[in-house]
Design a protein around this ligand. Sequence first.
Ligand SMILES: [Fe+2]
Ligand SMILES: [Fe+2]
Length: 264
Amino acid sequence: MNLLFIGDIVGKGGRNAVKRLVPELRREFNCQFCIANAENIAGGGGANAKCLKEIYPNAVDVVTMGDHTWDQKEFQHEIEGLPFVLRPANFSFRQPGRGYGVFRNPGGGDVAVIDLAGRIFMRDGSNCPFDAADKILEDIPKNVKCRIVDFHAEATSEKAAMAYYLDGRVTAVIGTHTHVQTSDAKILPGGTAFISDAGMVGAEFSVLGRKVEDVLFKFLSGMPGRLAVKETDIRLDGVVISYDIPTGKATAIQAVSRMVPHAD
Ligand SMILES: [Fe+2]
Ligand SMILES: [Fe+2]
Protein backbone atom coordinates (compact mmCIF):
# COMPACT_ATOMS: atom_id res chain seq x y z
CA MET A 1 0.00 0.00 0.00
CA ASN A 2 1.30 3.43 -0.91
CA LEU A 3 0.51 6.73 0.73
CA LEU A 4 1.46 10.27 -0.30
CA PHE A 5 2.61 12.93 2.17
CA ILE A 6 2.96 16.55 0.99
CA GLY A 7 5.11 19.19 2.73
CA ASP A 8 3.90 22.61 3.91
CA ILE A 9 1.54 24.13 1.31
CA VAL A 10 2.33 27.84 0.96
CA GLY A 11 -0.34 30.28 -0.23
CA LYS A 12 -2.36 30.38 -3.41
CA GLY A 13 0.47 29.14 -5.58
CA GLY A 14 0.81 26.14 -3.30
CA ARG A 15 -2.92 25.43 -3.36
CA ASN A 16 -3.03 25.59 -7.14
CA ALA A 17 -0.01 23.28 -7.39
CA VAL A 18 -1.64 20.74 -5.08
CA LYS A 19 -4.85 20.79 -7.12
CA ARG A 20 -2.89 20.40 -10.33
CA LEU A 21 -0.16 17.91 -9.34
CA VAL A 22 -1.46 15.74 -6.49
CA PRO A 23 -4.05 13.84 -8.58
CA GLU A 24 -1.27 13.07 -11.10
CA LEU A 25 1.11 11.94 -8.35
CA ARG A 26 -1.57 9.75 -6.78
CA ARG A 27 -2.01 7.98 -10.10
CA GLU A 28 1.72 7.76 -10.82
CA PHE A 29 2.57 6.22 -7.43
CA ASN A 30 -0.73 4.39 -6.93
CA CYS A 31 -1.55 6.27 -3.71
CA GLN A 32 -5.14 6.03 -2.46
CA PHE A 33 -4.49 8.30 0.51
CA CYS A 34 -2.81 11.70 0.83
CA ILE A 35 -1.81 13.71 3.89
CA ALA A 36 -0.61 17.31 3.54
CA ASN A 37 0.69 19.89 5.96
CA ALA A 38 -1.31 23.07 5.36
CA GLU A 39 -0.10 25.43 8.10
CA ASN A 40 0.85 28.06 5.47
CA ILE A 41 -2.01 27.55 3.03
CA ALA A 42 -3.81 30.85 3.70
CA GLY A 43 -1.65 33.75 2.52
CA GLY A 44 1.48 32.00 3.78
CA GLY A 45 0.43 31.85 7.44
CA GLY A 46 -2.30 29.66 8.89
CA ALA A 47 -5.33 28.08 7.29
CA ASN A 48 -9.04 28.68 6.93
CA ALA A 49 -11.99 26.58 5.80
CA LYS A 50 -12.21 28.31 2.41
CA CYS A 51 -8.60 27.56 1.44
CA LEU A 52 -8.70 24.01 2.83
CA LYS A 53 -11.81 23.15 0.86
CA GLU A 54 -9.88 23.93 -2.33
CA ILE A 55 -7.69 20.88 -1.68
CA TYR A 56 -10.10 18.66 0.29
CA PRO A 57 -11.45 16.15 -0.64
CA ASN A 58 -10.31 16.18 -4.27
CA ALA A 59 -6.55 16.11 -3.69
CA VAL A 60 -5.91 15.57 0.01
CA ASP A 61 -7.59 13.30 2.60
CA VAL A 62 -6.09 14.65 5.84
CA VAL A 63 -4.51 18.00 6.70
CA THR A 64 -1.94 18.57 9.44
CA MET A 65 -0.89 21.91 10.91
CA GLY A 66 2.01 23.36 12.92
CA ASP A 67 3.22 26.46 14.71
CA HIS A 68 1.15 28.67 12.35
CA THR A 69 -2.11 26.89 13.20
CA TRP A 70 -3.84 29.95 14.65
CA ASP A 71 -2.44 32.67 12.38
CA GLN A 72 -5.82 33.17 10.67
CA LYS A 73 -8.11 34.45 13.43
CA GLU A 74 -11.25 32.76 12.11
CA PHE A 75 -9.64 29.32 12.15
CA GLN A 76 -10.14 28.68 15.87
CA HIS A 77 -13.88 28.90 15.21
CA GLU A 78 -13.73 26.74 12.08
CA ILE A 79 -11.45 23.85 13.02
CA GLU A 80 -14.07 21.85 14.94
CA GLY A 81 -16.21 21.74 11.79
CA LEU A 82 -13.32 20.33 9.74
CA PRO A 83 -12.90 16.69 10.80
CA PHE A 84 -10.08 16.11 8.27
CA VAL A 85 -7.87 18.73 9.96
CA LEU A 86 -5.41 18.02 12.78
CA ARG A 87 -3.41 20.52 14.83
CA PRO A 88 -0.39 19.48 16.93
CA ALA A 89 -1.53 17.04 19.62
CA ASN A 90 0.93 18.43 22.14
CA PHE A 91 -0.64 21.88 22.08
CA SER A 92 -2.73 22.58 25.21
CA PHE A 93 -5.90 20.53 25.54
CA ARG A 94 -7.62 23.90 26.00
CA GLN A 95 -7.11 24.68 22.31
CA PRO A 96 -9.84 23.73 19.84
CA GLY A 97 -9.33 20.92 17.36
CA ARG A 98 -7.70 17.55 17.77
CA GLY A 99 -4.19 16.22 17.32
CA TYR A 100 -4.78 12.78 15.91
CA GLY A 101 -7.43 10.78 14.17
CA VAL A 102 -8.15 7.48 12.48
CA PHE A 103 -9.25 7.77 8.86
CA ARG A 104 -10.49 5.22 6.33
CA ASN A 105 -8.10 4.58 3.48
CA PRO A 106 -10.17 4.00 0.33
CA GLY A 107 -7.38 1.68 -0.77
CA GLY A 108 -7.93 -0.56 2.26
CA GLY A 109 -7.64 -0.42 6.03
CA ASP A 110 -7.47 2.56 8.36
CA VAL A 111 -4.75 5.18 8.73
CA ALA A 112 -4.00 6.85 12.05
CA VAL A 113 -2.51 10.30 11.54
CA ILE A 114 -0.77 12.04 14.44
CA ASP A 115 0.33 15.69 14.38
CA LEU A 116 3.10 16.75 16.77
CA ALA A 117 5.11 19.96 17.16
CA GLY A 118 8.76 20.22 18.18
CA ARG A 119 10.06 22.36 21.00
CA ILE A 120 13.64 23.12 19.92
CA PHE A 121 13.92 26.58 18.27
CA MET A 122 10.10 26.70 18.14
CA ARG A 123 7.68 29.04 19.88
CA ASP A 124 6.93 28.20 23.52
CA GLY A 125 3.79 26.49 24.74
CA SER A 126 3.94 22.95 23.41
CA ASN A 127 3.92 20.02 25.81
CA CYS A 128 6.48 17.21 25.47
CA PRO A 129 5.95 15.65 22.02
CA PHE A 130 7.53 12.35 23.11
CA ASP A 131 5.11 11.93 26.03
CA ALA A 132 2.22 12.97 23.78
CA ALA A 133 3.19 10.33 21.22
CA ASP A 134 3.29 7.62 23.91
CA LYS A 135 -0.16 8.52 25.16
CA ILE A 136 -1.69 8.68 21.68
CA LEU A 137 -0.23 5.31 20.72
CA GLU A 138 -1.93 3.82 23.77
CA ASP A 139 -5.24 5.34 22.69
CA ILE A 140 -5.18 4.29 19.03
CA PRO A 141 -6.93 0.95 18.46
CA LYS A 142 -4.39 -1.85 18.21
CA ASN A 143 -5.85 -3.05 14.91
CA VAL A 144 -4.99 0.26 13.22
CA LYS A 145 -1.52 -0.69 12.05
CA CYS A 146 -0.80 2.18 9.67
CA ARG A 147 0.29 5.15 11.79
CA ILE A 148 1.73 8.27 10.24
CA VAL A 149 3.31 11.01 12.36
CA ASP A 150 3.84 14.55 11.07
CA PHE A 151 6.55 15.91 13.36
CA HIS A 152 6.48 19.63 12.73
CA ALA A 153 9.83 20.79 14.06
CA GLU A 154 12.88 22.91 13.31
CA ALA A 155 15.79 20.88 14.66
CA THR A 156 16.91 17.83 12.69
CA SER A 157 18.16 16.36 15.99
CA GLU A 158 14.71 16.50 17.58
CA LYS A 159 13.14 15.00 14.46
CA ALA A 160 15.63 12.13 14.22
CA ALA A 161 15.30 11.47 17.96
CA MET A 162 11.51 11.23 17.60
CA ALA A 163 11.86 8.86 14.65
CA TYR A 164 14.09 6.49 16.64
CA TYR A 165 11.84 6.83 19.69
CA LEU A 166 8.86 5.67 17.63
CA ASP A 167 10.75 3.18 15.47
CA GLY A 168 8.77 -0.04 15.24
CA ARG A 169 5.67 1.60 16.77
CA VAL A 170 4.56 3.73 13.80
CA THR A 171 4.69 3.40 10.02
CA ALA A 172 6.39 6.73 9.41
CA VAL A 173 7.74 9.84 11.08
CA ILE A 174 7.72 12.64 8.51
CA GLY A 175 9.31 15.97 9.40
CA THR A 176 7.77 19.25 8.25
CA HIS A 177 8.24 22.99 9.02
CA THR A 178 11.65 23.85 7.50
CA HIS A 179 10.20 23.97 3.95
CA VAL A 180 13.40 22.35 2.64
CA GLN A 181 13.28 18.73 1.56
CA THR A 182 16.10 16.68 3.04
CA SER A 183 17.96 13.77 1.43
CA ASP A 184 17.87 11.41 4.43
CA ALA A 185 14.75 9.35 3.64
CA LYS A 186 15.25 5.88 5.06
CA ILE A 187 13.63 2.92 6.77
CA LEU A 188 14.83 2.61 10.37
CA PRO A 189 15.75 -0.83 11.79
CA GLY A 190 12.33 -1.35 13.42
CA GLY A 191 10.44 -0.68 10.20
CA THR A 192 9.56 3.00 10.53
CA ALA A 193 10.02 5.27 7.51
CA PHE A 194 11.68 8.60 8.25
CA ILE A 195 12.67 11.82 6.54
CA SER A 196 13.81 14.93 8.42
CA ASP A 197 11.71 17.18 6.23
CA ALA A 198 9.27 16.54 3.41
CA GLY A 199 9.80 20.06 1.99
CA MET A 200 7.08 22.48 0.83
CA VAL A 201 4.73 23.40 -1.96
CA GLY A 202 6.04 26.85 -2.73
CA ALA A 203 8.17 28.96 -5.01
CA GLU A 204 11.45 27.42 -6.13
CA PHE A 205 13.20 30.81 -6.21
CA SER A 206 12.12 32.15 -2.84
CA VAL A 207 13.12 32.04 0.82
CA LEU A 208 10.87 29.33 2.25
CA GLY A 209 8.09 30.49 -0.10
CA ARG A 210 8.48 34.24 0.57
CA LYS A 211 9.74 36.86 -1.87
CA VAL A 212 13.53 37.06 -1.79
CA GLU A 213 13.66 40.89 -1.78
CA ASP A 214 11.32 41.15 1.22
CA VAL A 215 13.28 38.62 3.26
CA LEU A 216 16.59 40.22 2.31
CA PHE A 217 15.31 43.66 3.35
CA LYS A 218 14.33 42.27 6.72
CA PHE A 219 17.71 40.61 7.27
CA LEU A 220 19.72 43.58 6.02
CA SER A 221 17.74 46.35 7.71
CA GLY A 222 16.53 44.63 10.86
CA MET A 223 13.20 46.33 10.20
CA PRO A 224 9.85 44.57 10.58
CA GLY A 225 7.94 44.22 7.38
CA ARG A 226 5.59 42.13 5.34
CA LEU A 227 7.14 39.06 3.73
CA ALA A 228 5.03 38.57 0.62
CA VAL A 229 4.39 35.05 -0.61
CA LYS A 230 5.81 34.31 -4.05
CA GLU A 231 3.16 32.69 -6.23
CA THR A 232 5.15 31.67 -9.32
CA ASP A 233 7.71 28.93 -10.12
CA ILE A 234 5.97 26.56 -7.73
CA ARG A 235 7.61 23.28 -6.76
CA LEU A 236 5.74 20.55 -4.93
CA ASP A 237 7.70 18.37 -2.49
CA GLY A 238 6.55 15.25 -0.73
CA VAL A 239 7.24 11.62 0.00
CA VAL A 240 5.67 8.35 -1.04
CA ILE A 241 5.54 5.83 1.80
CA SER A 242 5.00 2.14 1.04
CA TYR A 243 3.88 -0.16 3.82
CA ASP A 244 2.70 -3.64 4.56
CA ILE A 245 -1.02 -3.59 5.44
CA PRO A 246 -1.12 -6.45 8.04
CA THR A 247 1.84 -5.15 10.08
CA GLY A 248 1.91 -1.42 9.26
CA LYS A 249 5.69 -1.66 8.77
CA ALA A 250 7.14 0.61 6.10
CA THR A 251 8.78 -1.11 3.16
CA ALA A 252 9.97 1.96 1.23
CA ILE A 253 10.10 5.74 1.37
CA GLN A 254 10.81 7.90 -1.64
CA ALA A 255 11.14 11.67 -1.76
CA VAL A 256 9.40 13.25 -4.74
CA SER A 257 9.42 16.76 -6.22
CA ARG A 258 7.58 18.24 -9.19
CA MET A 259 7.57 21.69 -10.78
CA VAL A 260 4.26 23.13 -11.92
CA PRO A 261 4.62 23.36 -15.71
CA HIS A 262 5.36 26.91 -16.90
CA ALA A 263 2.22 27.29 -18.98
CA ASP A 264 0.09 27.33 -15.79
FE1 LIG B 1 5.55 25.91 7.34
FE1 LIG C 1 5.97 25.63 10.81
